[in-house]
Design a protein around this ligand. Structure first.
Ligand SMILES: [Zn+2]
Length: 411
């Protein structure tokens, strides 16, 4: 059996087909391209026969990943993040079956490592020497680090407001780092110029077809980690939405391989912030594409994406799984970041906190029903966003007495 069952690339809009052994970006019609596998060759096989169970990272799914030659795999051990029961918070929200898929546990401290590992490995396989990408921070950090490991030169452009730690991750890896006084869409326009004039590989979200394949493994893992049962709802913080599209792709692969039934799949929920909710607006208006969101703002920086290139794929995944899209307030994001730490001992990122806020409101409205199993996706470590928590501890004198420490009379 070959290392990968990849067959070709296909356009979800016009149906054109492309060869994955050639360098491809968008379809000539402007749509992102998706990877197709020869699933018929795997049909009838058990999961244990398709998955490489000797590996405890996302490369256990190499048969359903696009890298043809294992020699090209660039890995730092990404994947197989824990699925954690959130019993205390779940009880409080009326969702006893509440879980967190914690992506803070993988290299670079965010889920972006998945897309970078697979995207960079395939770029290496295709002979890419230089790439450029716009980023809201975490993706740039992950792609810089994996580029360094692969010996690929990278040019990274991020908004000046992106989390400062991600600048440092880019800089320390030897990538070329630039800031732009604007949004990720402004950074994207500059990258577009570099790609056009310098011939760099464009690693922007969905402008290369392989990042999504890395993100897809979150879906494979969730389905594997749940064993024989299937979660009812998966909530995903949605900026570019690649992870949600990827999870939906994993679900479709499981259906094709006969491992789950088409009429019993998790409902996918796109979670956005009220200050940047183009997908929510499109879903509410039952549209198949979103409109550019003017003057977007949210402290959950990773989901500040005013117009996602794959918006039609995100909306399709929501409609097909009978999911929904929901916007949460900045106050709720901050409240749930604290609640998850206080009640469950996990310091999650603001984007992850948004999914818990959304779960609370969907349970309250009855959309999440009693007894349903619900997964919130935490996309990164809270410690990457030190500015998201404000502290005002007292400074003690050396040798302070317990009385002085506690600030009251001890009984
Ligand atoms: Zn096309």
């Amino acid at each position: 059996m070959s290392y990968s069952s990849i067959s070709h690339l296909t356009c979800p809009k016009c149906g054109s087909e492309y060869d994955d052994t050639q360098l491809n970006q968008l379809c000539s019609c402007g749509s992102p391209l998706l990877v197709e596998y020869d699933l018929s060759s795997l049909k009838g096989k058990k999961k244990e026969e398709v998955f490489d169970t000797s590996r405890n990272d996302l490369w256990r799914y190499h048969q359903l990943l696009p890298v043809r030659d294992p020699e090209n795999v660039i890995t730092l051990g990404e994947g197989m993040s824990p699925l954690i029961a959130m019993n205390t918070l779940g009880k409080k929200l009326g969702i006893p079956g509440l879980y967190m898929k914690d992506e803070g546990m993988i290299p670079s401290g965010s889920f972006k490592a998945r897309g970078a590992a697979v995207g960079i490995s395939k770029a290496k396989e295709l002979g890419v020497k230089q790439l450029a990408m716009p980023t809201n921070g975490n993706a740039g950090a992950a792609w810089s680090l994996y580029s360094a490991r692969a010996g690929i030169e990278s040019y990274i452009i991020m908004p000046v407001d992106a989390p400062e730690i991600t600048r440092k991750e880019v800089a320390v890896s030897g990538s070329h780092l630039y800031l732009v006084d604007g949004l990720i869409s402004d950074a994207g326009a500059i990258v577009g110029g570099l790609v056009k004039e310098q011939g760099f590989y464009d690693a922007s979200t969905l402008k290369e077809p392989y990042r999504i394949e890395g993100k897809k493994t979150m879906g494979h893992e969730i389905l594997e980690q749940f064993g024989d049962s299937i979660p009812d709802v998966i909530l995903y913080p949605t900026g570019g939405g690649v992870g949600l599209i990827g999870i939906y792709k994993a679900i479709q692969e499981w259906i094709s391989l006969g491992w789950i039934k088409e009429d019993k799949v998790p409902r996918l929920v796109a979670v956005q912030a009220e200050g940047c909710a183009p997908i929510v607006k499109a879903w509410e208006e039952k549209k198949t594409e979103s409109e550019f969101w003017q003057d977007s703002y949210t402290a959950a920086f990773g989901i500040n994406v005013p117009k996602a290139i794959g918006d039609f794929l995100v909306l399709e995944a929501i409609y097909k799984t009978e999911g929904c899209a929901v916007a949460v307030t900045e106050t709720d994001i901050s409240t749930y970041q604290k609640s998850v730490a206080e009640l469950e001992g996990s310091f999650i990122c603001p984007e992850g906190a948004a999914t818990f806020a959304a779960a609370a409101s969907l349970r309250e409205s009855g959309w999440i029903k009693e007894g349903e199993k619900v997964i919130c996706l935490n996309t990164g470590l809270g410690i990457k966003y030190p500015e998201s928590v404000h502290t005002a501890p007292r400074t003690l004198e050396k040798g302070a007495s317990p009385d002085q420490v506690l600030g009251h009379v001890l009984v």
